[in-house]
Design a protein around this ligand. Structure first.
Ligand code: TRP
Length: 373
């Protein structure tokens, strides 16, 4: 663990105490890139924490970072499908659009315009030495590094600062981006002499890292995840195919037995129990016993989430079908086109709210910069 990470963990513990005292003082922003289906790693790493913070009374903004999809690829594939999937997952896990603003940053022009003054506040060497960006460049499937790859952390600062969020729940890989956001907030306030932006804190999740079903890092691009939207049968199949080891007795030993231990940990998280206890109980049941316990635990946890997801998906499917059929064109069709169904409306409303806030912030930024003509 690096020094910065240790400090970030310590600070996160302090922040948790403040949240416990009065969550309403926090405006929280976090988000996801729409590059695939959300999975159990997301659920335990960040999604359920968002619901917790919302329920404690914090003001939560959830961003669908669609422009950011283009950092490591030329085109954003299946955007509509993935964005819709994110919306369904958010609603199904319990994010409540009455309390939480869900929006896409492409739909908020004033947010994107903040990128220009923010870019003027960072140096090229500063952008080039960002360790997360360096890592992404090393793994990128593109031949040349695009300008967006180098500058997206500044765009991320716009995501966070447009709504003056003061708390950003993130994984460790996002800490360098948070540092850039904090520097931009400070530098803007100093350079233009007005306290326009708060300096936001990172809130590191306490959740341990889950491995995928192949025993390597769980990741959408590796095809080793258990998606929240998987059916019970699909889940059983994925777990049946999961990697284990030759040891017949199940134990929880992440260093020596990473693949098995990650499956034990996942079961323990689903059951809200201690992984050592879960492993001890399975014991001589071996890999088969572990997989039986895990499949039941995941499917029990996800059953109510899947039921809600299916309900929201029906709402979406109904409107789509009417539009596709188009058998009574004219008035009815126009009416349905306007009424996009609940799920789409959630995003429309979130976008509207984000636009209102972004317009106010941009006006303040331009005023501070002397752009009042
Ligand atoms: N970079 C984040 C990720 O890949 C997504 C993201 C975009 C984000 N803008 C953000 C996260 C602002 C937190 C705050 O997961």
């Amino acid at each position: 663990m690096t020094m910065t990470t240790t400090i970030a963990h310590r600070r996160s513990a302090e922040l948790e105490e403040l949240i416990g005292r009065d969550a309403a003082v926090f405006r929280i922003l976090t988000g996801d890139r729409p590059t695939g289906r959300l999975h159990l790693g997301h659920y335990f790493g960040t999604l359920r924490n968002r619901v917790r913070l919302q329920d404690l009374g914090a003001e939560v903004f959830v961003l669908i970072a669609d422009y950011q999809v283009l950092t490591d690829r030329d085109t954003a594939e299946r955007l509509d499908e993935y964005v819709t999937g994110l919306l369904l997952d958010y609603l199904a896990i319990g994010l409540d659009p009455e309390r939480t603003v869900i929006f896409a940053h492409s739909a908020v022009p004033a947010l994107n315009q903040l990128l220009l003054p923010f870019l003027s506040l960072v140096s090229v060497p500063e952008l080039s030495r960002n360790p997360t960006v360096k890592d992404e460049i090393a793994h990128s499937r593109q031949e040349a590094v695009s300008g967006l790859m180098l500058t997206y952390p500044v765009h991320q600062a716009a995501d966070i600062l447009f709504c003056k969020a003061n708390l950003v729940p993130v994984g460790q890989d996002q800490l360098p981006h948070l540092e850039i956001t904090r520097a931009i907030a400070r530098r803007f306030n100093e350079r233009f002499g007005l306290p326009v932006f708060p300096v936001p804190d990172a809130l590191l999740s306490a959740a341990p890292l889950l491995l995928g079903t192949d025993g390597t890092k769980m990741s959408k691009s590796r095809g080793n995840t258990i998606p929240l939207s998987a059916t019970a049968d699909e889940t059983a199949r994925l777990i049946r195919g999961a990697r284990t080891d030759a040891e017949p007795h199940i134990s929880y030993d992440p260093a020596a037995r990473p693949a098995v231990s990650s499956l034990v940990l996942l079961a323990a998280l689903c059951l809200d129990r201690d992984p050592d206890e879960v492993a001890a109980e399975i014991g001589g049941g071996g890999a088969a016993g572990l997989k039986t316990v895990l499949t039941a635990a995941v499917n029990d946890l996800l059953a109510p989430i899947r039921a809600r997801r299916a309900e929201y998906a029906r709402d979406l499917g109904y409107v789509r079908q009417v539009l596709r059929d188009g058998n009574d064109r004219g008035a009815r069709r126009a009416e349905y086109a306007r009424d996009l169904g609940y799920v789409r409306q959630v995003l429309r409303d979130g976008n509207d709210r984000a636009n209102e806030i972004a317009a106010v912030t941009l006006a303040e930024v331009q005023a501070a910069m002397g752009m009042r003509y």
